[in-house]
Ligand binder design. Structure first.
Ligand SMILES: [Zn+2]
Length: 390
């Protein structure tokens, strides 16, 4: 995505976000370089920089002088300039974290609840979030993002399987969360959130094209394409867990097909099968399916790499990734590779929570068309508003 500013005065809040996003993605960066990247004058960029510094969103450090001339200021995000709550709800409980603008987890707390219903989940999230906010009593809270298992809006899927949440259909989730916590609330899929976190903070930080394969309670995946998580028409693109890998295989109560990948390769499958065949026995069963999944993903999407993450115990993830080697021949088998075909990322739950918080950061901070032209309604300008009122 290339970020370009607009010269219309009504585009001011939009330009502010463009500049902030450029600093987030490319900082430390000097203002002249920002101006060149976004197509605004240095003067316009300097005005915005002053505003953003006053709002504590960014900070600058003088660079060492290179030759003659005044040294440039290298601008970076101020990690403590803003905070968001990241939450995750799954069939095994809720987890909540307080996360700063740089994606650092300031505090985190979870509660095991089997199949939490919306009322219980919203109450727990609100209670934990209130406690975590005490870690930064004066911190500026930008919002709350919640990640939850998909798929979304799929009529044929029953939502009664062991990997899906029950009783959440037709619940106005964002509105209820906002009411429970008093924060602007945003909801996204768990796999998409974790993929976003890998893109922003993790193994995919410098990659534009990768597939994130997620071994959660259920199994899913998302393609990051051009640096963005590919949504598809309804936000379900990449949902590999419900692709039947075994003809006439085990019945999948979630979607009604037989032989779905997640019946064999998921935390749910690990819990169920390892009780019978043991941990190593399960890895032996699951590894050929993982190997085939990698091949299918590579041939479909030609990614730079496949990042493998999730919620299984770290030791199990490592053994499983090793057992998938050697990988099968595919379009990705090339000598000139810069990154390996398959990368294990063990950030698991942290990735989910940071990705959930990123939903809130992106919704509040990221440039988008139609951002209000009115400074008084711009959440980026809250501080000056409060100062004006004081
Ligand atoms: Zn299925």
């Amino acid at each position: 995505m290339s970020l370009r500013g607009t010269n219309q005065e009504s585009g001011r809040p939009y330009n502010r976000r463009i500049v902030l996003e450029t600093i987030r993605l490319h900082g430390p960066i000097a203002r002249g370089e920002i101006a060149r990247r976004v197509g605004l004058t240095v003067q316009t960029v300097s005005t915005i920089i002053r505003e953003l510094e006053l709002q504590d969103f960014i900070k600058g450090a003088r660079e060492e002088p290179k030759g003659r001339g005044y040294p440039a200021t290298a601008l970076t995000l101020n990690p403590e300039g803003g905070f968001a709550i990241g939450a995750n709800v799954s069939p095994i409980g809720v987890d909540v974290a307080l996360i700063n603008l740089a994606g650092d987890i300031i505090g985190q707390e979870g509660r095991e609840i089997v199949n939490p219903d919306p009322d219980r989940a919203f109450a727990e999230i609100a209670r934990i979030a209130a406690g975590l906010r005490r870690l930064r009593p004066a911190g500026r809270m930008l919002g709350l993002g919640m990640a939850m298992p998909g798929p979304f809006d799929v009529e044929a899927m029953s939502f009664v399987g062991p990997t899906t949440l029950q009783g959440w259909k037709d619940v106005p989730i964002a509105e209820r969360l906002a009411a429970a916590t008093g924060l602007p609330a945003f909801v996204g899929g768990d796999v998409a959130s974790a993929a976003l976190s890998e893109r922003l903070y993790g193994a995919g930080r410098n990659l534009q094209e990768f597939y994130y394969l997620y071994l959660g309670v259920g199994t899913g995946g998302r393609l990051v394409h051009g640096g963005q998580v590919l949504r598809g028409a309804r936000g379900n693109a990449g949902e590999i867990g419900h692709v039947p890998f075994i003809p006439d295989g085990e019945y999948c109560p979630s979607c009604g097909n037989r032989g779905c990948l997640e019946r064999y390769l998921s935390v749910e499958a690990f819990d169920r099968r390892s009780k019978i065949v043991g941990e190593d026995g399960w890895i032996k069963e699951a590894a050929p399916l993982l190997r085939t999944a990698i091949l299918a993903i590579e041939n479909l999407f030609d990614p730079e790499t496949i990042i493998f993450g999730g919620l299984a115990p770290e030791g199990v993830m490592k053994k499983l990734a090793r057992a998938a080697e050697p990988l099968l021949p595919s379009v990705s088998e090339r000598r000139d590779r810069k990154v390996p075909r398959f990368t294990l990322s063990i950030t698991g739950k942290a990735a989910l929570l940071r990705g959930a918080a990123a939903l809130a950061f992106s919704n509040v901070l990221a440039p988008r068309i139609g951002t209000s032209g009115d400074d008084d309604n711009d959440p980026l300008m809250q501080k000056s508003k409060a100062e004006k009122a004081a």
